[in-house]
Design a protein around this ligand. Structure first.
Ligand SMILES: Cc1ncc(COP(=O)(O)O)c(C=O)c1O
Length: 398
């Protein structure tokens, strides 16, 4: 279980993000509540994991099932989709902003299409949104994407195109498909394409708001350390913006950004002091994190707000999947990555690295299990048994 650690010397005030939010008061939280099957995901208090990390408490926000899909990504995909659709296809305001009203307001839905590139979860979310809105979807995946992941996207009714190349190649191919009736809903950004990825970041805020409400309602300790796994950095940016919001009381928790070794483009950028690419092939089983290039939009927030960058190998992610399974949480490879980083430091790190990551005996650690067993074949190989049936325990119950 090897890890690399980089302490960020450049923390500071967070930059502003562009907002493509629809006019009016509607925010992602209210819109998410209009989606079929919306419920808060559980926040689990795990004494077993706290013992392993040598801290006072570990809270696991469990996104193994979210809006009927096995990952948190639908939160960003849905809000970004609705933002793009309102901007490009619907002339009049839609109030209240609900899924049904947006679907009903799209002119000529049969001629419209959503496009996304993905290493699994984001594209599945966009495909689900296309189905709910009654439009078509084309989802591009890099070569080598696990069959279970492409099948799941196709099951949403989307056309799946396998791009002969990496995730970053799939992104470039998706961008080229944009047109008046074809909207690209990307969770990463590039120069000139920032509003939709900003809506993805805004959409992820729902899960962090749920965490705050759960902590307050159950009298749980506030996190002093937050681990955020990263691919292009949109999820990490959302967490950092939540926990380092200027109007948030008290000192912010330590934020630890965790990436796979070999696809650690945010760590490389932090070291370089500018956006840096980590060229492929990216072969980690943490498929959702296999990104060679940070999101142009997310990077300034991550640079300003991440205290520590960690890179971990697949062995660390697999150990964390097993520990989470023992604690009753079904976590896929990318889902377990945040915990994997902290476990690697707790098990093999020196006391200095423990301090750098905030792993003090009285610490309260928050990790987010960002996906369930999205590759059940690898899950069984790693954990030794099939994923447990998903527990739909409502939030508020440990
Ligand atoms: C399960 C999971 N966790 C975390 C991430 C990281 O998100 P981001 O690419 O915004 O850094 C992804 C990205 O696809 C993912 O699928």
């Amino acid at each position: 279980m090897r890890y690399e650690l980089h302490l960020n010397p450049a923390t500071g005030p967070l930059p502003a993000l562009p907002t493509g939010a629809p006019p009016g008061d509607a925010g992602p939280g209210a819109f998410h509540r209009s989606l079929p099957g919306y419920r808060c995901t559980p926040l689990r208090d795990s004494p077993e994991l706290a013992r392993l990390l040598g801290v006072r408490a570990v809270l696991v926000k469990d996104e193994a099932t979210r809006l009927g899909l096995p990952s948190f990504k639908i939160l960003g995909a849905s809000w970004a989709t609705v933002t793009a659709v309102l901007r490009h296809w619907i002339a009049q305001p839609v109030t209240p902003l609900t899924l049904d009203r947006v679907a009903a307001a799209i002119p000529r839905p049969r001629t419209r299409r959503l496009v996304a590139a993905t290493d699994g979860n984001h594209g599945r979310g966009v495909a689900r949104m296309a189905r709910l809105l009654g439009v078509a979807a084309t989802i591009l995946v890099p070569a080598g994407t696990a069959g279970a992941r492409t099948d799941a996207i196709a099951d949403e009714g989307a056309e799946v195109v396998v791009v002969d190349g990496s995730y970053d190649d799939a992104i470039a191919a998706s961008a080229a498909l944009a047109g008046p009736d074809t909207l690209v809903v990307s969770d990463t950004s590039w120069p000139g394409y920032e509003l939709i990825p900003a809506a993805v970041v805004a959409g992820y805020a729902t899960l962090f708001a749920e965490i705050d409400a759960d902590i307050a309602g159950r009298g749980l300790p506030a996190p002093t350390v937050v681990a955020l796994q990263a691919g292009v950095g949109a999820f990490a940016a959302a967490g950092i913006r939540h926990f380092r919001a200027p109007d948030r009381p008290g000192p912010p928790p330590r934020t630890v950004v965790v990436e796979p070794t070999g696809a650690n483009c945010l760590m490389a950028s932090a070291r370089a002091g500018r956006l840096a690419e980590v060229p492929g092939p990216h072969r980690s089983t943490m498929a959702g994190l296999n990104c060679g290039l940070p999101s142009v939009l997310a990077w300034p927030t991550v640079r300003a707000g991440a205290d520590v960058f960690l890179a971990v190998d697949d062995d660390a992610a697999h150990r964390a999947m097993t520990e989470l399974a023992d604690a009753g949480v079904v976590a896929g490879e990318s889902g377990a990555a945040g915990l994997a980083g902290l476990l690697a430091v707790a098990r093999t790190g020196d006391p200095g690295d423990r301090t750098r990551t905030g792993l003090a005996p009285d610490a309260c650690v928050l990790v987010v299990n960002t996906e369930g067993a999205t590759d059940p074949v690898n899950y069984r190989r790693v954990v030794g048994h099939a994923p447990a049936p998903l527990d739909d325990t409502p939030a508020g119950v440990a």
